[in-house]
Design a protein around this ligand. Sequence first.
Ligand code: AMP
Ligand code: GLY
Length: 423
Amino acid sequence: MKVLVVGSGGREHALCWKIAQSPRVEKIYCAPGNAGISQVAQCVPYGAMEFEKLADFAKENQIDLTVIGMDDPLVGGIVDVFEERGLRVFGPRKNAAILEGSKAFSKDLMKKYQIPTAAYENFDDPRKALAYLETAKFPLVLKADGLALGKGVLICNTLEEARKGVRSIMEDKQFGAAGNRMVVEEFLTGREVSVLSFVDGKTIRCMTSAQDHKRALDGDQGLNTGGMGTFSPSPFYTKEVDDFCQKYIYQPTVDAMAAEGREFKGVIFFGLMLTEEGPRVLEYNARFGDPETQVVLPRMKNDIVDVFEACIDGTLDKLELEFADNAAVCVVLASGGYPVSYKKGYPIQGLEQFEHAQGYYVFHAGTARKEDQVVTSGGRVLGVTAVGDTLQQARANAYEAARWVSFQDMFCRNDIGKAIDEA
Ligand code: AMP
Ligand code: GLY
């Protein structure tokens, strides 16, 4: 089989690496890819939003399966374009990717189908949102409706902060058109867990749990980022929590989408808050998480190509997912100044150490090739992942491997997985 992966981050590197293990796959392409991905796939110079060019490429090169990693092309309808051209593609259609593309849509869906989530109101008029704040309880959470690179969520402790937030989202359009509508939501407290799942329209199969660290600095200080590291499984995701989510969240979400005429095929990522009253959905994503994928896939035993095909063909009920009884930790190595501003083009040393180190992986997020060197080309540069028998061991291994690598202005969080010790 020939497979095309669309995207260029650590998630797509992990996907390409996992796909490469399938005995059914003879060739992988990735558009546009990065320096690390080019070790397992042939990179092709098309952007993820160039739907027609990507579909032409898939036709001309007789691609058997295309896997979409990123949210923007999914929400923009890349799957519809591929299907219209008769191409096999893994991911939700536009009318289902709205589960991630519009937070107002997802909140209304949860309300209608009684899926547990924070109480909320949607607004498309800033004056009404500002008036609502006058009687609201604090802290509260403001969310731009559309995609905002994971940055469209503001937690406000005071009325003044919330007023500023509404103005910057809805009037100044800090996140562009994503702020045409807005959700104002009750603030929840508890442990956060990410659960990724495969869905074939009817059946849902969950992957092992993970937890992301979104803030830039140790102790959850600093700005929100795309994710500074992950661990899997989450010790807080107990059997009891899983039973609750299976019954009240996972299957109900899949059924709700089908009932709305928006059959969902692909990956649903459930961002959950484990509150004292039970698990609540914080958000849905319509794709693999980044960097959750970098800890989940190294633990997955299945041939991922079989799973992709079962989702497309509607035969997921015939398949069980299997995960190793171990743990994994991913530490993101980032460019100094991320997530605000940072320099690119610094040479990266030490990558060769991973070549023969079993159970250690370096997934490239923002790298490029410059002559015969690999250089930094993004804010998140590398995701260093290691497995271990326990979370503690995986964490020790990941931090050991993080020290193999260096580049100018490199930084990482030193407390990825620290919460494990409290479990
Ligand atoms: P989201 O993009 O919706 O996952 O939000 C980003 C982050 O904001 C989440 O990972 C949480 O840490 C936080 N967050 C979102 N919604 C809430 C909420 N209702 N209460 C508390 N924190 C939240
Ligand atoms: N790690 C969070 C996300 O992928 O949205």
